[in-house]
Design a protein around this ligand. Structure first.
Ligand SMILES: Nc1ncnc2c1ncn2[C@@H]1O[C@H](COP(=O)(O)OP(=O)(O)O)[C@@H](O)[C@H]1O
Ligand SMILES: [Mg+2]
Length: 257
């Protein structure tokens, strides 16, 4: 492991009933205190990759190693059901781990939503809800925060504020952050490393390197403003295929070399 929090080697995943793997031959590692963002079109396997790293998905091949006793704070992409339940913020923070009033108050303060304890989850704004989710994930003092599309539903200022908060949390706690995001404009500024995924890793590196990479451009728009192409994609909820966003051979399909 040599210092990594999580390391995946030659990881492949095939969902039950699917004829092709959703993820093929993924190698990656997350090191302490780094912010890594996974980007890719809808259906490119981002959530599956996150869940595979957390040990929640059966691997078709390869392996995932996690640092012994690694504390993870995970906010999954699908939290709509939790949101619909009648429940106060205070009670939500105590599920599944009971926390003291003082702990609850401190973590809400830390995530920029102090005093929300008595509010109903269903009554929160999108931005408040994402901060409460982050607060709950922080209660376990994670060494690794895993956030699957944490800024979905937020407007642009909300997205920027959320990423700023993530950077503060990282600086304060030393937690590494693995994020899935569509908000490329912000990702490019707030990440140490970007992994561009489309069933396999198309390219990865610093935001500067990735945004200049041909594979990235092929996936997110041949024009130099590829980030804008993906940003538009984020708002186009009818698209669950990648074809409209592919302009080159490198990442055009999930391939399975
Ligand atoms: N539990 C599952 N069973 C079968 N197919 C799944 C399952 N989860 C995801 N998939 C399929 O795997 C592909 C990748 O899904 P996902 O990892 O959610 O992509 P992303 O998060 O990038 O949008 C999609 O085609 C999706 O329909
Ligand atoms: Mg997803």
């Amino acid at each position: 492991m040599s210092g990594a929090l999580i390391r995946a080697s030659d990881l492949s995943v095939r969902h039950a009933g699917a004829d092709q793997p959703v993820l093929s031959h993924i190698d990656l590692r997350i090191d302490p205190a780094e912010i890594v963002t996974v980007v890719g079109p809808n259906g490119s396997g981002k959530s599956t990759l996150v869940r595979a790293l957390l040990g929640q998905v059966k691997l078709a091949s390869g392996r995932v190693e996690r640092l012994a006793g690694l504390r993870i704070g995970y906010v999954p992409q699908r939290v709509h059901i939790e949101r619909a339940m009648p429940m106060t913020v205070r009670r939500f923070l105590s599920l599944p781990l009971r926390v003291s009033d003082a702990q609850a108050a401190a973590v809400l303060e830390r995530t920029g939503v102090p005093g929300l304890e008595g509010r109903q989850i269903a009554a929160l704004s999108g931005g408040q809800f994402q901060r409460v989710l982050l607060a709950r994930a922080l209660l376990n003092h994670p060494q690794l925060l895993v956030l699957d599309e944490p800024t979905q539903g937020l407007d642009q200022p909300g997205i920027i504020a959320f990423y700023k908060l993530i950077e503060e949390v990282r600086a304060e706690t030393g937690a590494a952050v693995l994020m899935v995001s569509h908000d490329l404009l912000v990702v490019m500024r707030a990440s140490d490393r970007v992994i561009c995924l489309n069933g396999h890793i198309c390219c990865e590196g610093t935001p500067q390197v990735v945004s200049a990479a041909p594979a990235y451009r092929a996936l997110f728009g041949a024009e130099s403003q590829g980030t804008l192409a993906l940003y538009r994609h984020h708002h186009d909820h009818d698209h669950d295929h990648v074809a409209d966003h592919v302009h080159g051979p490198d990442c055009a399909h999930h391939h399975h070399a």
